[in-house]
Write a protein that binds this ligand. Structure first.
Ligand SMILES: [Zn+2]
Length: 377
């Protein structure tokens, strides 16, 4: 009987060097280490989505210029597997089908028709599961001062452990409303795509996380986790221009401040962000800007499931989890920032970020690792 085999999530991979960091990646790790406070404090250690500062600093050492210089240690294809006793329901096929639906809307830049269709589809899908999504509309300004309307979407799925209801966003509250018990797990992603002069549909960047969250909605509605799960679809993760200053993470910065004002942040037990998770040969590195214990929990589940593409390598990422981390929320970013062949990030922010680069298997691996983590938190 191949029961244990069928319950492992062996990664698609190309090599077996055990995930050791290359010299370049060790430099990244050293620069990005949270222990290196002076570097961290000046922000030089953060690898932004859109800007790899470390790579800029190390550009002269790289073999090729630009973003493509991250030399990944290939994912080892096999490791000893631990038995998995937990029943997991996340379907990579269903998740990828959701990505396809979202990608079909075309570019989802803020203010576009594709963006509106994506919002409508997310809401309809969640309502179809009997859930009650909430849209959080807000206006911001792009770097040139133009008003940009944005929409975050949140939805709450009850857990098996009784917990007080979340107050509606408009309800007046006081500090006493903040329940000291951290009874909510947030799964988050962004659904918008970056504006480019070419057609950019963001199958992986924006699409994959959205598809995963819609599948999580089905999974946790059908079989609730112990704790309440709140799904968050951020708008405006992408910069209008370049990833610098405040031109990025509009939706997450807004929601983090909103929840802070509502005294809701202490309710968040953990926030797991999913971004660029669908590439057919993924490698996930440990983000040093995430909460270490939460990263450890996720990687622990990955090891239990035999998901060797969760590697013991470090990277520093600034993303939609950052505004929450800054406010003390325990958060982790699960992101594959090697979205391209041979450990490059060559497809990132290019017309090549299309559905054919993704696989149901990759979606399933990440989905099940995260589902297992959520069920265990
Ligand atoms: Zn992007």
């Amino acid at each position: 009987m191949n029961r244990s085999r069928s319950r492992t999530e062996e990664c698609p991979g190309t090599g077996s060097d055990g995930g050791r960091a290359t010299p370049l990646l060790r430099r990244i790790r050293a620069a990005a280490s949270p222990r290196n406070r002076s570097l961290k404090e000046v922000g030089a250690a953060i690898v932004a989505i859109g800007v790899t500062l470390t790579l800029l600093a190390l550009g002269s050492l790289a073999r090729t210029p630009g973003m493509h210089t991250v030399q990944a240690a290939p994912c080892p294809s096999t490791v000893p597997r631990a038995p998995v006793t937990r029943r997991l329901g996340f379907s990579g096929r269903r998740a990828l089908e959701q990505v396809a639906r979202v990608v079909d809307f075309g570019p989802r830049t803020v203010g576009s028709t594709g963006h509106q269709k994506a919002v409508a589809y997310i809401l309809a899908t969640l309502r179809g599961l009997g859930l009650h999504p909430v849209t959080i509309n807000f206006a911001t300004r792009d770097p040139e001062g133009h008003a940009e309307p944005m929409t975050d979407i949140t939805v709450s799925i009850r857990g098996t452990v009784p917990s007080p209801p979340l107050l509606p966003p408009t309800a007046p509250r006081t500090a006493s409303d903040a329940n000291a018990r951290a009874d909510t797990i947030v799964l988050a992603t962004h659904y918008d795509t970056k504006r480019f002069p070419f057609r950019f549909v963001g199958a992986n960047d924006g699409g994959s996380g959205t598809g995963a969250l819609l599948e999580f909605a089905r999974v946790f509605t059908r079989r609730p986790a112990r704790h309440r799960v709140v799904l968050v679809f951020f708008d405006g993760e992408e910069a209008f221009d370049h990833w610098k200053g405040r031109d990025h993470t509009y939706g997450s910065r807004y929601l983090a401040r909103l929840w802070q004002a509502e005294h809701g942040l202490p309710r968040v037990r953990a926030l797991i962000l999913l971004d660029m998770i669908g590439y057919s040969t993924p490698c996930f590195c440990q983000d040093v800007n995430s909460s270490p214990w939460l990263v450890h929990r996720i990687w622990h589940e990955a090891k239990r499931l035999g998901a060797t593409c969760f590697e013991d390598r470090d990277i520093g990422i600034e993303d939609d989890h950052t505004p929450f981390v800054k406010l003390g929320v325990q958060a982790a970013d699960v992101i594959n920032f090697e979205f391209g062949p041979h450990g490059t990030n060559r497809y990132w922010h290019t017309p090549q970020d299309t559905l054919d680069k993704l696989s149901a298997k990759s979606m399933r691996i990440v989905g099940r690792v995260v589902e297992a983590t959520v069920r265990d938190l």
